[in-house]
Design a protein around this ligand. Structure first.
Ligand SMILES: [Zn+2]
Length: 484
């Protein structure tokens, strides 16, 4: 999943205000050298043309292609580790060695190399053909996220060629099954090869991003924390019986009462250092009415009236609280029988600092019905009585070690563009690294035009210029992060 929604929102505000501060054409600033354009494009093409969707593709084939290119560029075989649970789900962990004797912990970059399923008949072009047309690259994964996979591999090769010695190791993990499948590579590596994943902090180009309108960049969102995803299965069961003799213990009604309670009792409002920083930045550029609302939300104690108005917008609501919503429903077995069973799926997006089990307990308290089962549904569909106690840590304030170099490079590439820390209300693989206690940041320099977000969709494409600009950005960012 690659989401740049929040930076898009920020862009909308800028436009609404008619602010000219950040409306930079993206072609200004440092440019990717010709030699690196050729290499970046070749890597991108190679990755796109390997089908790595879960149903009939191979993640391993992408990992092996990247490994071959890095070997050719002079990386040592022992610094290119293939590891994973099955032959088709091998992850590649690349280590770019830092200065000898450095005591600094590595920087870890994670990038998934699987893609969302794409069917030839839905597309104008073949999704597994890399097509350049009208200033765009087309193909499955051009936005999510083989663009960034190619960009980071290219930056590694370029730094190696230039003889760059970073002050600490930079590790790149190219991984399986972010989009689906049963072998999530980040989770697997953290569990089975933790020595490869040791780091001070994590960069994940799958989140965050540069917002653009009509070819002009508006802002950069940097994901600094995210919500946790959880599904819960609600099951009401009872004796059932003949529908001519209704009884009070109807499974459908029982379930309905629980869902009714869910609808009318939202989770409490809560801010953390990242959402606070996000709203502070937001208030600076919002139109006056919205800025006033935001100040009410940020006030201590909060201005309840401002909060009530603020959360009427779904994106703002999702920023301030854990949300749980019914997403699937089934019940009954015949038109003339009392239902003996009714089930619902409740999908929750949990604020950092709270565990899935904690939310399950809160739901049970809310439903106040000991006969109603509330079970946890894992990503692979397994249903269990209790949920994991894991939680993503309540985020620390955004790390200066990341944001100072980031602002310096972003300012060079796109002078005047705001850089805003954000909480992602969706989910990415950063959730695993955050749960492992590693501060994780979604940093991405690829600009996507508002309205042209095609990740997971048909005819996925990326502006050619955005790809090369994003390549130059990541190279400069990695250099700035690791200069002596
Ligand atoms: Zn993704």
């Amino acid at each position: 999943m690659r989401l740049a929604v929040l930076s898009g929102m920020l862009g909308t505000l800028l436009a609404a205000q008619g602010a000219a501060m950040a409306q930079m054409p993206q072609a200004q600033g440092p440019q990717l050298p010709e030699q690196d354009k050729v290499l970046a494009r070749q890597l991108f093409k190679e990755f796109i043309e390997i089908n790595s969707q879960d149903s009939n593709g191979s993640v391993t084939a992408v990992a092996e292609a990247a490994r071959k290119e890095l070997l050719k560029a002079g990386f040592a075989p022992e610094d290119l580790v293939l590891a994973g649970p099955t032959p088709l789900k091998q992850n590649l962990v690349v280590r770019y060695r830092g200065a000898a004797g450095s005591k600094l912990k590595p920087i870890l970059i994670i990038g998934h190399i699987d893609v969302v399923e794409a069917r030839r008949e839905d597309w104008t072009t073949d999704p597994y053909q890399f097509v350049e047309k009208d200033g765009y690259f087309y193909g499955r994964g051009t936005q999510d996220m083989k663009d960034s996979d190619a960009i980071v591999v290219e930056a590694f090769i370029r730094m190696k060629r230039e003889g760059w010695v970073p002050k600490r190791d930079i590790v790149l993990a190219l991984t399986a099954d972010e989009e689906g499948g049963k072998s999530n590579g980040v989770s697997w590596l953290l569990e089975h090869r933790p020595e490869l994943m040791k780091a001070e902090f994590v960069l994940n180009p799958d989140a965050g991003g540069v917002g653009m309108r009509n070819g002009k960049v508006t802002s950069m969102g940097v994901e600094a924390t995210e919500k946790t995803y959880a599904d819960f299965k609600l099951t009401a069961t009872n004796a059932g019986g003949h529908s001519s003799l209704p009884r009070p213990d109807n499974a459908i009604y029982e379930l309905m009462h629980a869902l009714d309670a869910l609808e009318s009792h939202p989770f409490p409002i809560e801010l953390n250092p990242v959402t606070r920083a996000q709203l502070e930045e937001d208030a600076k550029i919002a139109e006056p009415a919205r800025a006033k609302l935001i100040h009410g939300v940020l006030a201590q104690p909060m201005d309840e009236k401002a909060v009530a108005e603020f959360v009427t917008k779904p994106t703002d609501n999702a920023l301030l609280r854990t949300t749980c919503v019914a997403t699937m429903l089934s019940g009954g077995h015949a038109p003339n029988a009392l239902p003996a069973m009714a089930t619902a799926n409740v999908n929750c997006r949990i604020l950092p600092g709270h565990s899935q089990e904690q939310v399950r307990q809160e739901l049970m308290k809310l439903f106040n019905d000991p006969k109603l089962k509330v079970e946890y549904v894992a990503d692979d569909g397994t249903v269990s009585e209790t949920a994991p106690n894991r939680e993503s840590l309540a985020p620390p304030p955004p790390l200066p070690a990341v944001f100072v170099p980031l602002r310096a490079v972003a300012g060079k590439m796109w002078p005047g563009m705001p850089v805003q820390p954000t909480m992602e209300v969706g989910a990415s693989d950063s959730i695993y690294t955050m749960q492992a206690g590693l501060p994780s940041y979604g940093v991405n320099g690829v600009a996507i035009d508002e309205g042209d977000e095609r990740m997971h969709g048909r005819d996925e494409r990326l502006k050619v210029e955005s790809f090369y600009r994003g390549s130059e950005f990541y190279y400069l960012f990695l250099m700035e992060l690791t200069k002596p």
